[in-house]
Design a protein around this ligand. Structure first.
Ligand code: ATP
Length: 360
């Protein structure tokens, strides 16, 4: 399996190095056949290639079986004409990564606001209220006069159908429960279309229970009854907000993992940004990127019918959980005094001892 690693900016290189290291240990122990190839990008290539996403890096990402991409600091990039491409947005569009899959679960040893939660938000990633991606030309936001501005929200049957299918396939492998979230009491036409398409896909999955909730009710219910959900399928902006809420309920940004997936490509990307305030200090929490990498291994296992990769994904997530269970490994964002290196060592040690246990 050929995996391209893009180290990003600020804390990106620190957490991607830690993630690469634990993947190497995992590969050595389980013989997964991983080929990890790192490509510089972001501010690191702005001077040398006059671009934050050189053409050859995009080509490498497209040619790979999967990509792990650390966060980038787009705020510090020059305008596009001067090479400041937003790598994250650009790759998502170029590889048609329409599903943003964001799990949130409580983990032992971590301070959780929610007592018990294990859910996945499946968020449509290519349209909705996002002005940068819902028009062929120009922006989906415009200002006809000084004191008036408009935004267009795009919902298409094809996009609803394919995101629904991702959600139902996922639920089929989990607790067989999908909740579709919308605001169809107000947005009757667009969210009405979303509901119509999700219900159509639901017919293909008779074993999966389908519920629906209004997005405002969902925001409240996540707090009152976080354990009531399995897979939540929703459009772009609702999904962004609800997944951040879910992450905050169980451990915060340092643990929030994500996979951006299409039919042929997938990129593991932590939900958090490049955290310039702590960059270079060796204290960034690498757990979110490691858990995202585990999601990528699981996706590759299904796509290439390689069950051993799913074993690797389980072992990696289990080892991150084991490291989190001991507060001595906690980085400052989790209230501890640990370092990125210490966390990576704890995960590696756990992979080693568990893999030995498996072989015994
Ligand atoms: P962006 O807009 O690029 O997503 P942001 O402004 O939302 O970024 P982040 O970069 O995600 O912000 O950081 C928000 C806060 O969370 C910062 O204080 C940062 O230090 C902290 N943080 C984010 N990721 C991590 C991490 N992996 N480990 C430790 N702290 C983190």
């Amino acid at each position: 399996m050929h995996i391209v690693i893009l180290p990003g900016d600020d804390i990106g290189p620190e957490i991607s190095a830690a993630t690469k290291r634990v993947l190497e240990v995992l590969d050595e122990k389980l013989n997964l056949g991983l080929r990890l190839e790192e490509h510089a990008m972001g501010l690191a290539t702005l001077d040398s290639h006059a671009s934050t996403l050189p053409r050859e890096v995009l080509d490498a990402a497209r040619a790979a079986d999967g990509v792990i991409m650390a966060p980038v600091s787009t705020y510090d990039y020059p305008p596009v004409e001067q090479g400041g491409i937003n790598p994250s947005a650009h790759i998502r569009i170029a590889l048609d990564l329409y599903a943003n899959i964001r799990p949130s679960r409580t983990r032992a040893g971590v301070h959780n606001v929610a007592a018990d939660m294990n859910l996945v938000v499946v968020r449509e990633n290519t349209e909705g209220f996002y002005a940068d991606r819902n028009m062929l030309g120009g922006s989906g936001e415009f200002q006809p006069s000084e004191d008036m501005a408009l935004a267009v929200r795009k919902i298409s049957a094809a996009a609803c159908q394919r995101i629904a299918r991702v959600a139902f396939e996922l639920a089929n492998r989990r607790d067989k429960h999908v909740t579709m979230v919308h605001k169809a009491n107000v947005l009757k036409v667009t969210d009405g279309l979303f509901i119509r398409e999700v219900v159509k896909v639901a017919d293909e999955f008779p074993d999966v229970r389908l519920d629906e909730m209004l997005v405002d009710a969902m925001a409240a219910r996540l707090i009152r009854e976080p354990g009531a959900f399995d897979v939540i399928v929703t459009s772009n902006m609702y999904g962004d907000i609800l997944s951040d809420e879910a992450a905050a309920l169980c451990g915060g940004l340092g643990l929030a993992s994500a996979l951006n997936a299409g039919d042929r490509h997938a990129i593991a990307q932590a939900v958090h940004g490049s955290a310039p305030d702590i960059a270079g200090r060796g204290i960034a929490n690498p757990a979110a990127l490691m858990l995202s990498a585990a999601m990528l291994l699981d996706w590759l296992a299904t796509r290439h019918d390689r069950p051993l990769l799913a074993v690797g994904a389980d072992l990696l997530e289990g080892s991150v959980n084991a490291a989190l269970a001991d507060s001595k490994n906690h980085t400052p964002d989790l209230g501890g005094q640990g370092t990125t290196q210490r966390f990576a060592n704890a995960v590696s040690d756990h992979i080693q001892s568990n893999a030995r246990g498996n072989q015994a």
